[in-house]
Each structure stands twice: as C-alpha cells, then as structure tokens.
Ligand binder design. Structure first.
Ligand SMILES: [Zn+2]
Length: 324
C-alpha cells in the first residue's frame, strides 16, 4: 500500500484480513486488525480510548455482522493497544495476551497517564500535546481472559492464526499475529512505519531477532502497530535503525561517555528526519543499561522530558499573561 492510501478507517487486505488504521501513527495513533474465518472473527488490538474503539466497532460492522467477533488478541500492554478492551469485553469476547503483557495491564497504568496529563511543567505540556486528543477518564483496565507464553495456535472459523511471543523487546510481552494462509502479519509495535521505534523493555537485540523472525516468514502484507501497511522493507528499516542505535551507543559507552553525553553526541543522520526522533533518548538508555545493569534509568516522565527537549518542544505561551 502506498502512503496515499494511509487514511483513517477500515482497509480490506484480501484473504479475509483487514486493518483499521489511525493516521498519523504518532504517539497513541495505533492500528488494529480483523481476521475473519467461517462465521467468526478475531480482532488484533483495541485503540487508545473508548470513543476511538467504539467508532472502530461501528466501522467494522459490515464485516462483523457476517463474522461475529469472538476473540480479541492484544499484541502488548501499551495503552494504545488495549485501553479500549472494556468496550469489546462487554460483547462476551475471549481476550488473549501473553502472560508478560497481562501483568502490565493494570488500572495503575491508566491512572499514570491521567496523572501525566495533569502534571506541571514541560512534561505535562508535552503529555497534553501528544495525548491531548485521547480521553483516559472512565477507562477500566481490562486484561485478558486467557494468557499464554511462547506460541499459541488458534482456529478462527477453520483457519489457522498463530500467536508468536517475541517480547521482551518493545515491551515485556510483545506478540506477533501471523495468518499463514493469507501471508499476512499483524506486528504490533515491533513495527513502527514512518515513525521512530521506542525500546521500552529491551534487550534491543531481542527486537532485532524479532525482525529476523518476521523476515523469515512467508509474507506479502504486514500491518504495523503504527503507520501505513508495509512489507518486508518496513521490517528492514526498523532492523537498520535498531542496529544503528546499538552500534552508536555501544561505541560511546566504551569510550567512557555518560549516557547524557552519548544521547547528545549521536548524529542521527537520515533518522533525524523521521517523526519522534527524540525517542533516541530512551533507546540509548536501554543499550547503556544492557551494557551496565547497575545503571539506574530515569522513569517514563523524565524520558518524555528528554524526548521533548531533543525534538525542540516548547510549552505554548500562557495566553492570559500577555493579554492582561
Ligand atoms: Zn503503540
């Protein structure tokens, strides 16, 4: 698919596979999937809030009226892939995630984002800027009804759908959803297309191994967690970026640079033009901690502050002050 077709809503990918895309793929703007079998369907991920998820359920109705939704798979524990679960759970749908992802799907995760948006200072300003379009109030964290570790093969109305755990990588419990007879893969946030990957969990090498696993599958269509539909070229791009980060960070670690010095001195080259390039901060932190496990890493709000600074984000001027 060309990026010209990257529009919000339902996309028919052929062979009973569908995607629900949410441009522009930046923070929180994630994709979902829908796989139909005979008289049934499986959803891959819900969206970041209840309104977006309800809108999607309405939009996919022409498909789910014929193939009722019976199963939901969450690719991982980030809110933009499961905060909408409660809307789907009302419909008596089995929800499946990896054990590692399930542990992180807590009410605390919802409350932290609510809190972040009301924080003072640049972190709060940045959080309100990137998460402003989403409503977290009223979200009841709704985890899986079934968990697994490793691999799980499902029968979706007579067709095989394989869940392959590749985390910890982006997060602790990342899962790929592979439909062999359609040569189609739903990659979750193992793939960011048109934006910068962020290594929350790591090790980064495991994420690269996940890319290699995808490159070895028979595939023609790949739905990323964020961005337009892609193919193996999109996988190679993510692999190249992660390889670049490991090489640049390791060189600086061995030269004795502090993690802040490393982040400041890396020339991103062509990656500087990619959206959310400031995520290099978290990605370098992860490599440093892998090389020295005694390092204490800053928490997510400090990381967001670092990312905001690298991307030149500045808080909007207070409106009332200038008007008197
Ligand atoms: Zn995501």
């Amino acid at each position: 698919m060309s990026t010209l077709n990257y529009r919000k809503g339902l996309h028919h990918l052929g062979n009973g596979c569908h995607a629900w895309l949410l441009p522009d793929g930046s923070w929180g703007w994630s994709n979902s999937g829908l796989i139909t079998g005979s008289g049934t369907s499986l959803m891959v991920d819900t969206l970041f809030d209840l309104t977006l998820t309800e809108e999607m359920l309405t939009g996919i109705k022409p498909v789910t009226d014929k193939h009722p939704l019976t199963t939901l798979v969450n690719t991982h524990s980030d809110g933009d892939h499961y905060f909408g679960n409660q809307v789907v759970a009302r419909r008596d749908v089995e929800i499946i995630a990896s054990e590692a992802a399930a542990e992180l799907m807590t009410q605390d995760a919802v409350d932290q984002l609510v809190g972040l948006k009301s924080t003072d200072g640049i972190v709060g300003e940045f959080a309100r800027d990137i998460f402003g379009p989403f409503t977290f109030e009223g979200i009841v964290s709704t985890g899986p009804t079934r968990t697994f570790a490793g691999e799980l093969s499902l029968d979706v109305g007579g067709r095989e759908v394989n869940l392959i755990q590749v985390g910890p990588a982006h997060t602790a419990g990342d899962v790929l959803v592979y439909v062999p007879d359609a040569r189609t893969l739903y990659a979750g946030d193992i793939l960011f297309v048109g934006g910068t990957p962020i290594v929350w969990a790591g090790p980064t090498e495991r994420w690269i191994a996940a890319c290699d696993l995808i490159l070895d599958l028979e595939l023609t269509v790949i739905v990323p967690g964020h961005g337009p539909i892609t193919d193996k070229a999109g996988v190679q791009n993510v692999r190249d970026y992660l390889t670049f980060v490991i090489a640049e960070a390791t060189k600086r670690f061995e030269d004795g640079l502090t993690v802040d010095e490393a982040i400041d001195s890396i020339d991103l080259g062509r990656y500087a033009r990619v959206a959310e390039h400031g995520r290099i901060a978290q990605n370098v932190l992860r490599v440093y901690q892998q090389l020295d496990p005694t390092l204490t890493l800053p928490g997510p709000s400090t990381v967001l502050e670092m990312i905001a600074a690298l991307e030149g984000f500045s808080a909007p001027a207070p409106q009332d002050a200038s008007r008197g």
